[in-house]
Design a protein around this ligand. Structure first.
Ligand SMILES: [Zn+2]
Ligand SMILES: [Zn+2]
Length: 253
């Protein structure tokens, strides 16, 4: 599991204008939900086996992500993936599972009951679940915003994002949604050293499957003033050259 975490400390936000991201690592390859074929990062990057991508965005009623964030994610993927058949998004909603906290097991179970878009023929798929409650492993002010928990599966803690963005002096909801979605999809694409090999050493090993460039989308924490300013300016961080080179070398562009 690869988590993106944000500090909810109002004190820190007020004190320094800080907007913290950090990511935990999980070096193990997460199992897939039942009934789902495992796919490799290369399956997303290259057109050799799959020439089209369909993303199922599934949200708890009322928590549909902003159109701007989804457009941004599609642009990001179109820039990096060889998918001549295109990248499509489908939306569906579910009732709240009714919990204030969710474990990874809960999330897998929600996916296995509700995911309808699955790999078929030359179409590869991805699943992004926008949930209402918090991640069960949240620790104090550190809140997980998203996790890539399977080879084609991601969860976004949408309520947590909305509670920390969109206010005065805060980044916009859509820029945080886009940042978290693209960061988690970066893990699905095998970054960093997470199924896509490194063309140059740039893994921030103490922080797991992340990049050592503080301004890269795949950096585990965005607590530098540059990143804060970028997010406050509502600019979603982008991949650096090392991350892009890795994707290119594994079939991407
Ligand atoms: Zn991460
Ligand atoms: Zn990078």
């Amino acid at each position: 599991m690869k988590n993106l975490i944000l500090s909810t400390s109002a004190f820190m936000l007020l004190l320094s204008g800080c907007f913290f991201f950090s990511c935990k690592k999980d070096s193990t390859t997460a199992p897939n939900s039942p009934g789902l074929t495992s796919v490799s990062a290369k399956g997303y990057l290259s057109a050799a086996n799959y020439d089209k991508l369909i993303i199922q965005i599934q949200y708890v009623n009322g928590l549909q992500p902003s159109a701007g964030a989804v457009d941004d994610l599609k642009t990001f993927l179109n820039q990096r993936l060889n998918k001549p058949g295109g990248v499509e998004v489908t939306y569906s909603n579910i009732n709240s599972p009714g919990r204030s906290m969710y474990t990874i097991e809960d999330i897998r179970s929600i996916e296995s009951i509700n995911r309808t878009v699955k790999h078929e023929g030359r179409t590869i798929t991805a699943y992004i679940l926008f949930l209402d409650g918090e991640y069960s492993q949240n620790n104090g002010n550190l809140k997980t915003l998203g996790i890539a928990y399977g080879s084609s599966s991601m969860v976004i803690f949408e309520n947590t994002i909305r509670s920390l963005s969109g206010g005065l002096g805060q980044p916009s909801v859509s820029s945080v949604e886009a940042t978290v979605c693209e960061h988690e999809f970066g893990h699905v694409l095998g970054l960093v050293n997470n199924g896509t090999g490194m063309t140059a050493a740039h893994q921030d090993e103490p922080h797991g499957k992340h990049c050592n460039n503080t301004s890269c989308l795949m950096y585990y924490t965005a607590e530098t003033s540059d990143m804060i300013n970028n997010l406050l300016g509502n600019n979603v961080p982008v991949l650096d050259a090392n991350c892009i080179n890795d994707l290119k070398a594994n079939g991407g562009k």
